[in-house]
Design a protein around this ligand. Structure first.
Ligand SMILES: [Zn+2]
Length: 293
């Protein structure tokens, strides 16, 4: 009997669009995380930069990873999370102001592919709403200047968030008739989803979908999420999917759990999981203009 040397993988490859890999709890077990990601056919990761210091560290870290783990692809974002707006405004960094340092990161590598994570979070208000808006607005301008996609965060600030995005809508880059922007870790209800889709945003879904305590609105919303706007992410080490069995003892989320999130999401979107994975991969590659190597 002849052995077929071209075995097609059963599972579509995936890219995890939101990994906080510079988190010390993940750093400690890097080798194991990467092995498991490859086993799960998660072939790429976008590492989230959350403040000026962290964005620089994440960039440097990403460049080292590429050399260490062959078979995996890495990209990163550089920007300032709304929680870190106040801190960023009040100090200087190695490469100048917070904005100069974020710009510096974007100039260092073509693999820094998005401005963010940035946006508004009025639920915790670690920074005041006005500081958040100031720092968000500068990053909207930066995305226009660099013509790069936005990696967005929004909690409890729908109206301000949408009106600020609208203000820059015509100047922000577009991909495939959509806005080059992903609202990452979307957890809101159908009416917010519809407003974001109308603006042309891509929508990132995490393991939140698997949380029976708080995903009711989200589960209803994703039934109306079009296949050409969906992205999938772990937001590791946070948001471990509650449906994962066996439950990891350390409670840490990791890129290898991305296929599980895809299964959960496919169930609530009422579509085939492989169809979803393929669509998410295509959308990720289109939005960020990247390719799995
Ligand atoms: Zn976030």
């Amino acid at each position: 009997m002849e052995i077929n040397s071209q075995i097609t993988p059963i599972h579509s490859p995936m890219i995890d669009i939101g990994v906080n890999l510079s988190n010390p709890r993940l750093m400690k077990r890097l080798e194991e995380l990467m092995t498991k990601a490859l086993e799960a056919n998660v072939q790429g990761m976008i590492l989230t930069g959350t403040d000026p210091k962290n964005s620089l560290e994440t960039l440097e870290f990403m460049q080292g990873l590429e050399q260490t783990f062959s078979g995996l692809n890495f990209w990163s974002t550089a920007g300032v999370h709304p929680h870190d707006a106040q801190q960023s405004l009040s100090q200087d960094f190695i490469h100048g102001t917070w904005l100069q340092q974020v710009k510096y990161c974007h100039g260092q590598s073509e693999q820094v592919i998005a401005v963010g994570e940035c946006g508004l979070d009025y639920e915790r208000n670690y920074s005041s709403p006005s500081e958040q808006r100031q720092v968000f607005e500068e990053q909207l301008k930066l995305a226009v200047e660099l013509q790069k996609p936005l990696f967005l965060h929004q909690r409890g600030a729908q109206d301000d968030f949408i009106s600020m995005l609208k203000g820059y809508h015509s100047d922000l880059p577009k991909r495939n008739k959509a806005l080059a922007a992903v609202v990452h870790c979307f957890t809101d209800d159908l009416s917010t989803l519809e407003r974001l889709l109308d603006l042309g945003c891509y929508i990132g879904i995490t393991g939140w979908i698997a949380d029976e305590r708080r995903a009711e609105n989200l589960r209803q919303a994703v039934t109306q999420l079009p296949l050409n706007r969906v992205l999938i992410e772990t937001d590791a080490p946070y948001l471990l999917p509650r449906t994962l069995r066996p439950k990891p003892k350390n409670g840490l989320n990791q890129p290898a759990y991305l296929p599980h999130i895809a299964e959960q999401l496919a169930f609530y979107m009422q579509i085939n999981v492989e169809t979803l994975k393929k669509a998410a991969l295509t959308n990720t590659q289109t939005l960020f203009e990247i390719e799995l190597g």
